[in-house]
Design a protein around this ligand. Structure first.
Ligand code: KIV
Ligand code: ZN
Length: 502
C-alpha cells in the first residue's frame, strides 16, 4: 500500500509574485475553483499582510472553495500571523504557513542574527500560529537547500516539538542537485523525532533556477517527503517552481514503482494550464512537458510512422489522461449560448448572464472569422471578458502593407467615450500602427518586448501577443488576441497603456 502524496498548490502565491502575472480577486477565485476541480489538497491563496488586495483574495477564496485547505503565508512575525488568521476566518479548513531563513547567508545578511536566535524565533512563530487555533501550522525553513543538514535537523526538531505539522524544506535558490536534495530529506527523516511516526510530514518546495525543480521534488518524495509544493505550468519567482502537471503525471506513469499515490484528476490538467496561462498573460513554451502545444505532436517522419502503426511506439501517456481530447466538441457560428455556457463550465468557468452575453458576442465575431472555435479560443475569450475594464479602446485599425510599399496605418481610438483618429507610417505594419497610436497618446513609452503565438493551428488561427512597454521607469505588461496579428499587437500595446497610472 503506497502513501498519500499531498498536492500544495502555490500558483496564487509564489506564482502570482511574477511581474505581470498579477490577478484580480475575481480571477483568483476562478483559478481557485479550477484547482479545487483538479483535486489539489491545499491552496496557498496569498500573503495577507503584503497588501489589502492579497488579504481580500484570501478571504474571498476561503468563501469560494469547499474541499481544499486554504493556506496563508506569513513571516515569523506576530502581526503577519494575526493578519493571516483573520484572512482565513471563512476557510472550511485553515493552515498558517510561517517560517524564517535558516541558511548562513540568510541568518547573517538578512537577519544579522545567529543560529540559536533563529531557532528561538522559529519556535515562537510556530507556537503563536498554533495559538490561533487553525487546523494546522506549516513551517518553512527558507533557503533550506543551502542550510547544512545538521543545523536544519535542529530547526526542524524544534518546530515539530512546537506543534508544526508540515515542515517545508524549500530549495529557495534552485541550487541543489537531485541526490543532494534527496539526501537532505533522508537525513531529516532519520534524525528528527516525529517524522517517522507521522506526527509531522516533510514538504518539498523547489525552484527551477537550474532546471532541476521536478527532479529535486521527485528525489524528495523518494526519500520520504509526503507533500509537494507546485504551481500550474511551473510559474513562479525567476525560473519558476516545480510544475504540478509534471509531478502528477510522473507519479501516475510510474505508479508501480513510486511509493505514493495522489488525488489529482489529471484530465483537468490541460484546461487548468490554459486558464492560468491566459489569465496571467504567461505563454506556455511549446515544448513544455505535459502542457506545451507540442507535448503530444509528433513531427518527424519516423515518429509519425511509428505512432500511426501503434501509439505506444512513441507515446508514454494518453493525451486524454491530461485532458486533451482531439475529438472534443468544436463550436461554430451556429452554436448557441447554451453550448458556449456548457463548454465554459467543462473548462471550469461559470459566468453571470451579462458576462456570458458579452463573451457570446465576442464568440460570434470570432466564429465569423474562424470557422471552428476550440477550447483555447474559448479560454481566451473568457479571459478577455474578465479583464474588460479599459479606459482606451481600439475602435478600428486599417493597415496597408506588403512588399515594395511603405506600411501605413490609420487608427481610431475611443478614449473615455470620445473618438480620436490618426495615421502613421513605419518600417512594418506594427511599427506603423504604433506610430499612429502615438500621434494620439503622446506619452514617453518604449516597446521593450513582444511575443506572438498562434493558439492552435491553421492560417485562420487566433493569435496572442504579449508585450512589455516601459513608461515612467516602470515596465507594464499587456496582452491582446485576434485573428489579425497587427490588431492583436495594438490591443496588447493599448492593454499596457491602460495600466499606466493616468
Ligand atoms: O521559495 C521559498 O523559500 C518560498 C518560501 C516563502 C516558502 O517561497
Ligand atoms: Zn518559493
Amino acid at each position: 500500500m503506497s502513501d498519500r502524496l499531498y498536492f500544495f498548490d502555490t500558483t496564487l502565491r509564489d506564482g502570482e509574485q511574477v511581474p505581470g502575472c498579477q490577478l484580480n480577486t475575481v480571477e483568483k477565485i476562478q483559478v481557485a475553483r479550477q484547482l479545487e476541480a483538479l483535486g489539489v489538497d491545499i491552496i496557498e491563496a496569498g500573503f495577507p499582510i503584503s497588501s489589502p488586495g492579497d488579504f481580500n483574495s484570501v478571504v474571498e477564496i476561503s468563501k469560494a472553495v469547499t474541499w481544499p485547505t486554504i493556506c496563508a503565508l506569513t513571516r515569523a512575525v506576530e502581526k503577519d500571523i494575526d493578519c493571516a488568521a483573520e484572512a482565513l476566518q471563512y476557510a472550511k479548513r485553515k493552515r498558517i504557513h510561517t517560517g524564517i531563513g535558516t541558511s548562513d547567508e540568510h541568518i547573517k545578511y538578512k537577519f544579522n542574527s545567529n543560529r540559536e536566535e533563529i531557532i528561538e524565533r522559529a519556535v515562537a512563530a510556530v507556537k503563536y500560529a498554533v495559538s490561533k487555533k487553525v487546523d494546522e501550522v506549516e513551517f518553512y525553513a527558507e533557503d533550506a537547500g543551502r542550510t547544512d543538514n545538521e543545523y536544519l535537523a535542529r530547526v526542524v526538531q524544534a518546530v515539530v516539538n512546537a506543534g508544526a505539522k508540515i515542515i517545508n524544506i524549500p530549495d529557495t535558490t534552485g541550487y541543489c542537485m537531485p541526490w543532494e536534495y534527496g539526501a537532505k530529506i533522508k537525513y531529516l527523516m532519520e534524525h528528527v523525532d516525529g517524522l517517522q511516526d507521522g506526527r509531522a510530514i516533510l514538504s518539498t518546495h523547489c525552484h527551477n533556477d537550474l532546471g532541476m525543480a521536478t527532479a529535486n521534488t521527485i528525489s524528495g518524495v523518494q526519500n520520504g517527503a509526503r507533500q509537494v509544493e507546485v504551481t500550474i505550468n511551473g510559474i513562479g519567482e525567476r525560473a519558476g517552481n516545480t510544475s504540478l502537471e509534471e509531478i502528477a503525471m510522473i507519479v501516475k506513469c510510474h505508479q508501480a514503482t513510486m511509493p505514493v499515490h495522489h488525488n489529482i484528476n489529471t484530465t483537468k490538467i490541460w484546461p487548468s494550464s490554459r486558464m492560468v496561462s491566459s489569465l496571467m498573460n504567461m505563454p506556455v513554451q511549446p515544448n513544455k512537458a505535459i502542457v506545451g502545444k507540442n507535448a503530444f505532436a509528433h513531427s518527424s517522419g519516423i515518429h509519425q510512422d511509428g505512432v500511426l502503426k501503434n501509439v505506444q511506439t512513441y507515446e508514454i501517456m494518453d493525451p486524454k489522461d491530461v485532458g486533451i481530447d482531439e475529438n472534443s466538441i468544436v463550436l461554430t457560428a451556429r452554436s448557441g449560448r447554451a453550448a458556449l455556457r456548457h463548454r465554459l463550465s467543462v473548462l471550469g468557468i461559470e459566468m453571470e448572464q451579462d458576462k456570458l452575453d458579452k463573451t457570446y458576442e465576442a464568440f460570434l465575431k470570432l466564429a465569423d472569422k474562424k470557422k471552428e472555435i476550440n477550447d483555447d479560443d474559448i479560454l481566451m475569450l473568457a479571459g478577455a471578458q474578465v479583464s474588460e475594464e479599459s479606459h482606451i479602446k481600439l475602435e478600428s485599425l486599417q493597415v496597408t502593407t506588403g512588399k515594395g510599399v511603405t506600411p501605413i496605418a490609420a487608427i481610431r481610438l475611443k478614449i473615455a467615450n470620445e473618438m480620436f483618429e490618426a495615421a502613421g507610417i513605419g518600417n512594418g505594419p506594427v511599427d506603423a500602427s504604433i506610430n499612429a497610436l502615438k500621434q494620439i497618446i503622446r506619452r514617453e513609452m518604449t516597446l521593450k518586448e513582444m511575443t506572438i503565438q498562434a493558439i492552435s493551428k491553421g492560417s485562420d488561427d487566433l493569435c496572442k501577443v504579449h508585450m512589455q512597454v516601459e513608461h515612467d521607469g516602470h515596465i507594464f505588461y499587456g496582452f491582446g488576441s485576434d485573428t489579425d496579428i497587427v490588431t492583436a499587437s495594438i490591443e496588447a500595446y493599448i492593454d499596457c497603456i491602460n495600466k499606466f497610472k493616468h
